[in-house]
Ligand binder design. Structure first.
Ligand code: BGC
Length: 756
């Protein structure tokens, strides 16, 4: 049977144009395969276990060096017919080791048990971080700050290459949750707070991973996470309840997934938390009615880590595993990541045998899983081919990561300090100055990203990179993340230098351990800035943090500020090049940078009396209004400076009034009024002036990154389909309302109207 599928699949590749006929032939072979499978084999396909379960040693205490345990593999393949395995053993493997593992697993899986290849999945969320020597990229939040979908697609494409080079066909990425709660530990894994930016980048990522044909040996299946509402827990803690009105869910949290589904994403992972009181793993409404029926998703729905077990252990909506499995399967789960045991299989077998779940329901999920395996070419080539990846870890790939980091770096303050001349005597200090881990964050070689022994050899920290470019750089530690070290000595040293660079940072961490209780920088780091200010030298601050950390009180001591996000292995080079003017910053904030811990507001907030006042948008400012003006945020979403000086002029629309089926065509002239080549992100924001529900003050509707030579100008064209102005109205349905709008690009503004 497997042979037949492999033949049918390869026939398809040879005769792509006759696709439909061949696909249906493959489909019917998949159907016959399903018909030949036992209940146990079908349930096995729906099971994903962690590599620990088939490795020597106990779960979470694997023996080192890592080895597959053939007896345990035998149980997985011949007793439970497992369809999928995930993860590394807590540290990165060499490509050779990956090849050995995957080959061992596939040899067994294709010759014994169900004789169906296993699909291996991994979290390669900023490069193939569990493979030694792979290229690490900036984290997603930094990629979003590039505002350059080409850079983002490239990063995904190289990640797919490196993941494939490890013999793995499935990547649990991208994260398409919107970052609207910075205390939440996974903020940095997202593309930021805005729907349009995140959906544009999400689309680029899916393309980079899957390409036109995921069967290509350099491509992998994407897995969109974490469907849906995961990023907005009220408490700010990971996996705690989110309360999101349906209208908001639809207008803000679903579109990123919708766009990626339309782009052909092959799988989706479910939110471990609950939305509006219902754990998403048990929500038929979200997993079937919305995801399948409304968004039209045809791929595989995977649970997150032990989340069916958690329905009874943590959420208390079931009293045992069997009830939990019943709820999840009825809700629409296809594959269970029950990483540490076979409790899912045992429970589901009982449920089917008792007639509580129909075998035809299993068939639906198994079909989706087998189709994904078929689309990835696993039936034809289940084994890794070590020699197909000459560019693995190549300079060509590394330069793309460096470019991404350079395009991400965001200059938010510059009192004519940057770029620095290499003649200047520079003191560099602060916890971020000498750590690769603080630039990479979580999910770097280990889950938490905090073990230095696995760092990529030969990569330079910020202080090392500065020293490579200038002989006049001195480094002193000054402070750890949360305690001052030699601060007094560092101050003394500062007095002998022309400029002080202070690198502020955050502990690398992932998931729950990355949640924090306060956005303030630890006292020690704030103290370092205050103390060094006493030297009376210009201060340049570089932050490499997983989210915006409050700078309000220390910002006045800083003469220039560069936001580095988590720029990855090439971050040191990118930051040093930016400081010395070898890179002209062009990143823009993908989130609203908060000023106060307690004022969590996104740029696209609704009009309210208070926000209008605080933004100074009322026509006359009373004393009360004036008191609050400027308190809303430190820097707005989309903000970022350059060493060039850009000017916008002649903003024109092709019409003054549009039909709902029209596309708005925008033209604006962008001029580089400086003698430095630079890039600017032209952003188009629309404001609906009156709507049937309170409109947002503004929404990003289009953008384009433009490079200009010194003193060059360009006529830049942007397009906004009028249907993009839709919102979710009173009836909870998407509508475009006629009426008046403003459009702003740079500091220019114009009006238009939409007609019936
Ligand atoms: C995370 C997922 C990840 C999975 C597998 C979970 O704890 O929430 O994002 O893909 O583990 O490692």
């Amino acid at each position: 049977m497997i042979l037949l599928i492999a033949e049918a699949c390869s026939e398809k590749t040879n005769h792509q144009k006759e696709g439909t006929e061949k696909i249906s032939k493959t489909d019917s072979i998949i159907d016959s395969l399903i018909n030949s499978m036992s209940i146990e084999q079908k349930i096995g396909q729906m099971t994903q276990i962690n590599i620990d379960v088939i490795s020597k040693g106990e779960v979470y205490k694997l023996k080192s060096p890592h080895e597959i345990d053939s007896l345990k593999l035998d149980v997985a393949v011949n007793k439970y017919y497992v369809g999928s395995v995930l993860n590394a053993a807590g540290y990165p493997f060499s490509r050779q080791h990956w090849e050995k593992i995957i080959t061992t697993i596939q040899k067994k899986a294709t010759s014994q048990g169900s004789k169906i290849p296993i699909i291996y999945g991994i979290d390669a969320i900023h490069g193939a971080n569990y493979t030694v020597g792979a290229t690490l990229f900036p984290q997603q939040i930094a990629l979003a700050a590039t505002w350059n979908p080409n850079v983002v697609e490239n990063a995904a494409s190289i990640t797919a290459y490196d993941v494939s080079a490890s013999g793995i066909p499935w990547n649990f990425s991208p994260v398409l949750d919107l970052a609207r709660q910075p205390l939440w530990g996974r903020f940095y894994e997202t593309f930021g707070e805005d729907v349009y930016l995140a959906k544009t980048m999400g689309k680029a990522f899916v393309n980079g991973y899957q390409g036109n044909d995921a069967k290509h040996p350099h491509k992998v299946a994407a897995c969109l996470k974490h469907y849906v509402g995961y990023s907005f827990p009220l408490s700010g803690k990971d996996r705690t309840p989110a309360w999101i009105p349906n209208r908001v869910l639809k207008e803000y949290f679903l579109p990123t997934f919708k766009t990626a589904v339309e782009e052909g994403a092959m799988s989706i992972m479910v939110n471990s938390g609950e939305v509006n009181g219902i754990p998403v793993h048990a929500s038929h409404e979200l997993l079937t009615k919305v995801l399948r029926d409304e968004l039209g998703f045809k791929g595989v729905v995977l649970t997150d880590w032990e989340d069916i077990i958690k329905l009874y252990k943590d959420h208390h909506i079931a009293s045992n595993m069997k009830e939990a499995v019943h709820l999840a399967i009825n809700a629409g789960i296809d594959m269970s990541m029950t990483p540490n045991d076979y409790s899912f299989n045992d429970a589901l077998i009982e449920l089917v045998k008792e007639g509580k779940i129909k075998e035809t329901r299993l068939d639906e999920s198994v079909r989706r899983i087998l189709i994904m395996k078929q689309k990835l070419g696993l039936f034809e080539t289940p084994f890794p081919n070590f020699n197909e990846y000459p560019d693995f870890g190549s300079e060509k790939h590394i330069s793309q990561s460096l470019n991404a980091a350079k395009e991400a770096i965001t200059l938010v303050k510059n009192e004519s300090i940057l770029p620095l001349s290499i003649e200047k005597k520079i003191l560099v200090t602060g916890p971020g100055a000498n750590s690769l881990n603080y630039m990479n964050g979580g999910w770097t070689h280990t889950w938490q990203g905090d073990e230095t022994i696995y760092n990529t050899p030969g990569k330079n920290t910020i202080q090392e990179s500065l020293k490579l470019l200038s002989p006049n750089v001195t480094y002193m530690e000054g402070s750890s993340l949360d305690s001052n070290i030699n601060t007094a000595e560092t101050l003394k040293e500062a007095e002998n230098h022309d400029v002080v660079i202070i690198c502020l940072a955050e502990d690398p961490a992932a998931e729950g351990p990355a949640d924090i209780n306060s956005l303030d920088f630890p006292k020690a780091q704030q103290n370092l800035v205050r103390e060094l200010h006493k030297a009376g030298k210009p201060i340049v601050v570089v932050t490499t943090t997983a989210r915006p950390r409050i700078l309000r009180e220390i910002e006045p001591f800083m003469n220039a500020i560069l936001i580095g996000y988590l720029p990855g292995d090439e971050g040191g080079t990118a930051i040093a090049e930016t400081i010395f003017g070898l890179n002209n910053p062009s990143g823009k904030l993908p989130f609203t940078y908060p000023k106060y811990q307690g004022l969590n507001i996104t740029y696209d907030h609704k009009h309210t009396e208070k926000t209008n006042r605080f933004l100074g948008q009322t026509s006359s400012l009373s004393d009360y209004d004036a008191k609050f003006k400027g308190t809303v945020y430190q820097w707005n979403f989309g903000y970022g400076l350059s060493y060039s000086s850009f000017e916008y002029s002649e903003l024109k629309l092709d019409k003054k009034s549009y039909a709902k089926s029209d596309t708005i065509k925008i033209e604006v002239t962008l001029t580089n009024n400086s003698d430095i080549e630079g890039s600017e992100v032209v952003q188009a924001f629309c404001s609906d002036l009156v709507a049937s529900i309170t409109p947002s003050v503004k929404r990003l509707r289009s953008f384009k990154k433009i490079k200009l030579k010194p003193n060059e100008n360009k006529r830049v064209k942007l397009k906004i389909p009028v249907k993009e102005l839709a919102f979710v109205g009173i009836e909870n349905k998407w509508i475009v309302e006629s009426g008046d709008f403003t459009l702003s690009v740079g500091d220019l503004m114009t009006n238009f109207s939409v007609n019936e």
